[in-house]
Design a protein around this ligand. Sequence first.
Ligand SMILES: [Zn+2]
Length: 113
Amino acid sequence: MPEQTKRKLRLDKDGMPYAVCPKCNKQIYNLELVEETYITYEVSPDTHGDLNFEETDRNTAWDWDYNYTCPECNEVIATSEEEAEALFEGPSQEQEAAQEQGVSPAHNNEARA
Ligand SMILES: [Zn+2]
């Protein structure tokens, strides 16, 4: 496994990680994920001849694409874990505010002639 890089989360003023939906531009704190699952039942008649369904197995369809949707607009905005994680990455509100003020002391190097 490669070394895990620390992700830079986009944080609101309360320090909660959030994403901005690329479809509806709303601030969201979670995605929704529907997981496809196969359920196997053992089906047999009871003493009245009515069928009984007993669950015997449950399998997740791992090879199916995951569709992460926005809880606000229900649009699919990520189809993998990496894409979903990337939605929450970005500068915090404080960092964005600092950028808007245009203060960047790091860019003060003048080329010497
Ligand atoms: Zn949305």
